[in-house]
Design a protein around this ligand. Sequence first.
Ligand code: GTP
Length: 263
Amino acid sequence: MKINFSELEKEIQTILNTPQYNDHPASRALRQLWEVNQEQWNRMDRLTRLSDSYQDMMMRREKSLSERFDKHLRQLEKITRISDRYQRNLRQLNLELERTSLIDPLTELPNRRFIMKRLSYAVEHRDDALSEGLVVAMIDIDYFKKVNDQFGHQVGDDVLVSLGKLMNDIIHHYGSLGRWGGEEFLVILPQHSQEKAIALMEKVRDGVASYHLSIDHKSVSTSISVGISCFRAEDSMDTLLSRADDALYLAKSKGRNCLIVGS
Ligand SMILES: Nc1nc2c(ncn2[C@@H]2O[C@H](COP(=O)(O)OP(=O)(O)OP(=O)(O)O)[C@@H](O)[C@H]2O)c(=O)[nH]1
């Protein structure tokens, strides 16, 4: 049988409030039972409220912890993004720095430092057993001072850029061209016989001699002198280069617009 507690409570309350039952022997016991019951209800109620407020507190705490965790996570993501961007910029700057330390800013060809590195590599890694060896060619533009004097330094710069490109277009399939300094260039041909090197440099010399650069309705033409040096077993980088330099000097003294092989 299902007990209706609310009805039962009302019934007991009525009995306890009826004066004529006050002296009834069961009245005292019933009143005590009623008070114990009320006390237990109150305790239950306190426990339930305590448990509710404990759960509320835990939920608030969990919420605040999770909010703090999310905030830290967002900060961490922001720092990671900044650090990634910083590292990308740093890498870019390093690449730029490396590029500017090795590339001539005017002609955009390898500069003297870079071409020396390449020559040092070519000397170290040459194979003396091969029939064709390492050849260098030193190039100097003839009477370049006159170009500057006649047309101005800016036109002189344009001539250096154009000739650098023209010569590089011919040479880059076979070796490397770099700006040695001023109006001088250096060519490295890692695997060339003397004849092949002469033929190639003759093509370069001829290309420059027939080239006319037109600037402001003026035609600027130039020529180059070339000193060639082929690597010998007893050579160092210095002796190889100084033989090319001596050959260039001879080419200049022979009237320019020609090439000489160093002996
Ligand atoms: N426009 C310009 N001129 C330069 C640059 N570097 C060097 N020069 C010029 O190149 C000229 C070299 O002159 P010289 O050494 O007398 O040689 P040259 O007039 O070419 O005569 P030879 O070499 O004897 O045929 C100088 O006038 C330098 O100012 C440059 O980057 N730009």
